[in-house]
Design a protein around this ligand. Sequence first.
Ligand SMILES: [Zn+2]
Ligand SMILES: [Zn+2]
Length: 147
Amino acid sequence: MNISRGEILERIRKVGGHVTEQRVAVMEYLASVKSHPTAKEIYDALQSRGIKISRASVFNVLNFLTKHGLAREIKTADESHYDAYVDFHPHFICRVCGKVYDLDVSYAGFEYGDLPHKVEQIDLVVTGVCQECLRDQGSTSRTLSKN
Ligand SMILES: [Zn+2]
Ligand SMILES: [Zn+2]
């Protein structure tokens, strides 16, 4: 998913935020990848692009973005991952490598029944072993069974 720079500025303004270089840089990076990076990965990526931003600023910007619904936070066992794709979509988390994938699932028929609460956000996380890790495990077990 790619969001233009103009669209990013617009989204930040819409939630009443100041448009700062750092907010735009983090948001732009986040919107350009599908890997659901951690704060550290975002920091490293921005550094390697020559963008001057401190680790603390990356955290501050991520807090701002998630608080205002411009990014989503996906918590795994030991880390938080971030996603600029904020429309409702579930995630698949691999318990072996820790990678986070978007899941394309239809929600027709997803009903709450009589719910006394106001739903604002749904986080659906599916865990398991991803395709890549399954492939690795497969080759490992084949090697082992030969011995
Ligand atoms: Zn995996
Ligand atoms: Zn996602």
